[in-house]
Design a protein around this ligand. Structure first.
Ligand SMILES: Cc1cc2nc3c(=O)[nH]c(=O)nc-3n(C[C@H](O)[C@H](O)[C@H](O)COP(=O)(O)OP(=O)(O)OC[C@H]3O[C@@H](n4cnc5c(N)ncnc54)[C@H](O)[C@@H]3O)c2cc1C
Length: 337
């Protein structure tokens, strides 16, 4: 393991923001993780754990250490009549994990195809797409507790997984380094097709009895057509979470905005943040190199040389406009650093 000084993070975050880390290390194993945290000097703190950098916005140089987790390995831990339990090292690329599961006939994560980033970041915001969340298949998470200085395992209930959040994004942030996760996958997959355009696309492709790989291919096709590729246009996916409102708030808003879409979620209603942002006139807005994507107003983009602060200023502008027009608080999904 090598600790480098004054390293540009431009290639380590999908927004392509050019800031520097005072110290920078790539950690390829649990031994590297232990050695790195065991050797931390005061001037190397704080530490930011980084995976693929697809859910962060850097707004300034990082005056501590950035530790990129690069450990690899997908291992079958055990198997019963219905399930296979896969242990996945935190540094595995998430989409490689999905590909592996699909190729081995294991169901549960095919709808999470093409989500960028590493497996280790999956539990942090309980990644989700097309009606599936990581919590549906998560069996356990192994972490290095860098404060208590020991390893421990979390069962799903202890992870406090909810919509785009978990203990690792809240009170466990900067304390628990996720080293691996265990997924419980189905040997007899039950496909989830009733979300977004999955069924429509399967019909159009003439697929009557979809397989896991057909679903994966369709999801990849849908996502590629909708979301900007970070390799081409810097972004971190959805910048905001969809807000939840009460029935009373909904009744008040629908009078003024009869076309406002909403989806019931328990006692609350979820309102698409993209619609709210579009209604405030931000779709396709560009200020310098910071912009709101033309088709997906939930996605903020870097057209080239935007700074993190410029993107953050645009995000804050969106938040206050939505608040002013609808009285709804938008929350950032992306981790601002
Ligand atoms: C085009 C695009 C589409 C996207 N679509 C989706 C989507 O459909 N659904 C979805 O949920 N997300 C989506 N995302 C967001 C992102 O891909 C996920 O949040 C992903 O899990 C982030 O992984 P990462 O390795 O890049 O994390 P990073 O950006 O490196 O880190 C994110 C956070 O997790 C922490 N972290 C990372 N690794 C560890 C670890 N090993 N231990 C402890 N903490 C850690 C970091 O400190 C940081 O706070 C999208 C992003 C892009 C660019």
């Amino acid at each position: 393991m090598q600790v480098l000084h004054n390293i540009s993070l431009k290639q380590y975050n999908t927004f392509g923001i050019d800031v520097k880390a005072r110290y920078f290390a790539e950690l390829y194993s649990d031994n590297d993780i232990a050695a790195f945290f065991g050797s931390l000097q005061r001037e190397m703190m704080p530490v930011l754990i980084l995976g693929g950098g697809s859910n962060v916005l850097f707004t300034k140089d990082f005056q501590g250490s950035v530790a990129c987790i690069r450990s690899k390995g997908i291992v079958k831990l055990m198997e019963d009549e219905h399930h296979v339990y896969l242990k996945i090292a935190a540094g595995e690329v998430w989409d490689d994990v999905v590909k592996y599961a699909v190729e081995h006939g294991l169901g549960g994560i095919e709808n999470l195809s093409l989500i960028p980033g590493n497996a280790g970041a999956g539990p942090v915001q309980n990644i989700g797409a097309y009606g599936v969340e990581l919590k549906d298949v998560l069996y356990s998470v192994e972490v290095a507790d860098v404060i208590a200085r020991h390893y421990r395992a979390f069962r799903p209930a202890e992870c406090e997984l909810a919509y785009r959040t978990s203990i690792f994004k809240k009170q466990g942030k900067d304390r628990f380094v996720i080293t691996s996760l265990c997924l419980k996958l189905d040997k007899q997959p039950v496909l989830k097709l009733d979300y977004g355009d999955i069924r429509k696309e399967l019909d159009q492709a003439g697929i009557k009895q979809p397989t896991l790989s057909a679903v994966r291919d369709i999801i990849i096709k849908i996502r590629s057509g909708k979301l900007p590729d970070p390799a081409v246009l810097g972004n971190a996916g959805s910048f905001f979470m969809n807000p939840f409102i009460t029935a009373d708030e909904h009744a008040r808003l629908i009078k003024d905005f009869p076309s406002m879409p909403s989806f019931s979620s328990g006692e609350l209603l979820k309102v698409p943040a993209a619609w709210l942002i579009g209604q405030c006139g931000f779709k396709g807005r560009r200020i310098g190199d910071a912009g709101v994507h033309e088709q997906q107003p939930l996605v903020l983009v870097n057209y080239g040389n935007a700074s993190g602060r410029e993107i953050l200023a645009l995000a804050d502008d969106i938040i206050s406009s939505v608040k002013q027009k609808f009285g709804i608080d938008l929350e950032k999904e992306v981790n601002v650093i």
